[in-house]
Design a protein around this ligand. Structure first.
Ligand SMILES: [Zn+2]
Ligand SMILES: [Zn+2]
Ligand SMILES: [Zn+2]
Length: 380
């Protein structure tokens, strides 16, 4: 917790660092030395100097005038040099103020002393599992009241698309990870899907489809090849679905139908990312999304039904692997490669939902330039 040992500055001290030689800015109680950053700021050094010695909360959040990526906040974090003393504290009582401010800061930001990201309100993956104060969340944001059924609130809330999108991507955590009510009536059980439903429901049809498909091939290796192609194709479909359907965000129709659909498909998972029963896809929803792909596969392989079916089965098998991976990334501590994947996916939740769409691998993020992490920092 390096934040706790940093020095305290008075407002006058911060304001005196207002030149290219030494340039401080503040964000709430945090003081940053951005001198080294002046030259690399994409908007130019002058724009930063305008705010030298001042608070930059508003300009950072004002996306219309000056959009800042999550990388901007990472840069700030690296240049965190201290805390602003509250009131007209002089150097004499600086030490006492320092403790008070540091503690206050710790409570406000979560416990690890890192910056909360202004677009998600979170600063680490641990924050995803901290209970939301339901009353104050509703009071502050005027979005959804977690103590009442959510669906009617989304449908009747009269939210503008922009407000909805901003709010729904700020993760909440309902009572230790329990499932918040969606309907609050007899429909409630239908809204919950435990993870094991996915293999139980979908593995048998995949096996059956494969056995049908293999009847059309003389060489079993050909079925295997088609199946593996379908599996690989799935990774691309996974990426496109997550990026362009689930996060349709920008092109979402600005009405209650659009908003409720977004919430059902993926919004709820960003709103309550650690809800175990609203994570994998309900089989009915999967059926609706998978049927067009069945038609597509047979349109492409119109000359060979068995080939189309084998590829399709590979794709569905890929989906099963994806949904299980997604579930375990959220709810298990995993070894090796999955540890990185977990970190990567949870960053999509608490840091930057506009990047990091690959769940089973970051391959397509790399190819299409939506990778999370150090690469983003360079493009600041
Ligand atoms: Zn989204
Ligand atoms: Zn997730
Ligand atoms: Zn997402």
């Amino acid at each position: 917790m390096p934040g706790r040992t940093l020095p305290t500055f008075t407002l006058a001290e911060v304001e005196s660092h207002n030149s290219t030689k030494s340039c401080f800015v503040t964000l709430g109680k945090n003081v940053y030395d951005v001198t080294d950053f002046l030259d690399s700021h994409p908007g130019g050094a002058d724009l930063v100097l305008e705010y030298a010695g001042k608070d930059i909360k508003n300009i950072l959040e004002d996306e219309a005038s000056h959009a800042h990526s999550s990388a901007a906040y990472e840069v700030l974090e690296d240049s965190h040099v201290g805390f602003l003393s509250s009131g007209a504290g002089s150097a004499a009582n600086g030490k006492a103020t320092s403790t008070a401010v540091a503690n206050g800061d710790g409570t406000a930001n979560g416990t690890n002393g890192r910056l909360p990201h202004p677009r998600t309100g979170m600063s680490s993956e641990e924050d995803l599992s901290k209970d939301t104060d339901i009353t104050s969340d509703y009071k502050t944001h005027k979005f959804l009241d977690l103590s009442r059924p959510l669906f009617p609130q989304v449908w009747n809330g009269g939210f503008s698309k922009d407000f909805y999108l901003d709010q729904v991507h700020r993760p909440r955590h309902y009572r230790g990870g329990a499932s918040a009510p969606l309907f609050g009536n007899f429909l409630e059980p239908l809204t919950k899907t435990p993870w094991w439903v996915i293999p139980v429901v979908w593995l048998p049809p995949v096996a059956y489809g494969l056995s049908l498909a293999s009847e059309g091939f003389a060489n079993p290796m050909e079925v295997v090849f088609c199946f593996l192609s379908g599996l690989f194709l799935w990774t691309l479909i996974e990426y496109f679905m997550h990026r362009f359907l689930f996060h349709l965000d920008e092109w979402l129709p600005d009405n209650r139908v659009g908003i409720t659909l977004h919430f059902t498909l993926h919004g709820i998972h960003h709103y309550l990312p650690m809800d175990r029963y609203r994570l994998v896809m309900p089989p009915t929803l999967f059926l609706a999304l998978a049927t067009p792909f069945w038609k597509l596969a047979h349109a492409i392989f119109f000359f060979n039904w068995h080939m189309g079916t084998a590829v399709y089965c590979g794709g569905v098998f890929g989906y099963i692997c994806y949904d299980l991976t997604h579930y375990f990334l959220h709810h298990q501590n995993l070894p090796l490669w999955w540890k990185q994947l977990k970190k990567y996916h949870l960053e999509h939740h608490f840091l930057d939902y506009e990047n990091g769409f690959g769940v089973t691998s970051p391959l397509w993020d790399k190819i299409f330039g939506t990778e999370l992490g150090p690469r983003a920092k360079k493009n600041l």
